[in-house]
Design a protein around this ligand. Sequence first.
Ligand code: RIB
Length: 299
Amino acid sequence: MKQIFVIGSINVDILMVSKKLPKIGETIKVDNFYIYPGGKGANQAVASSRNGSKTSLIGKIGNDYFGDFITTYLKKENIQSQIKYGNKTGTALINTETSGKNMISVFAGANSELNINDLKNVEISDSIVLFQQEIPLKTIEDEIRILKNGHNIIITDPSPVTEINEYILKNSDYITPNETEAAKLSGIKIKSIGDARRASEILYEKYGNNIIIKLGERGSIINVSNNIEYFKPYKIIPVDTTGAGDCFNGAFASHLLSTGNVRESVEFANISAAISTTGYGAFPSFPYLNEVLEKFKNR
Ligand code: RIB
């Protein structure tokens, strides 16, 4: 396999940090705020690149102030970006509390305009391709139909799970929901590791591919070819979990590209994602390969 391609969203994140998240109808004072680059696609691409893989990102932003802001950040990363221009740059408003919990509202903007014509000059074969669900699902479906003819591994993060596209889920090699998404896709509430195991069985039966359920501070469950395994979390004290799931996917894909070892890639991704929660923002807090490898060797 040659490299990683990420086809997905690029956002600017406006982050409000408080001791407690606001309740509906409540106005609260926050302790700090930041404006950071983000978006699930950009985050996964940065995680893949920082973890050592040749990475391309294809996405759409606006020809506006936030678009300039995010391209400045992306240029500092070792990523071959193929950025298209549309309406306003996608923007996410993130409330995060110091325990690490967060709430996110996203304006999709130009991300919602990324269509199959935007991808027609992108040649992908013998690669790992990462999708998330912040671009139109029709675009993902059309692109997967094309990618199926090449020798590619498709990893879909069904996040956010506001819509369900059966074709995408059945034709991805890996699907990587978090526990909320796994609950929605499997129809069972996930309160325990046992529930997550059961959800992975249901998803495996339904979609017939490899399932990775990201359980955050509780670790992860994988169901590969109907063999289920639980992985403990890498223990760390989080300050902001924004983008941790994206960091997991980018790191998982990157390690899978270099080793082909799924179990090891999950352990590697757990560590990378855990480290990402020790700083604020999405990709600005993602670690580089040497830091992850050091912790991986001493795990
Ligand atoms: O997964 C985290 C990301 O979700 C943030 O960076 C934000 O942009 C939203 O898309």
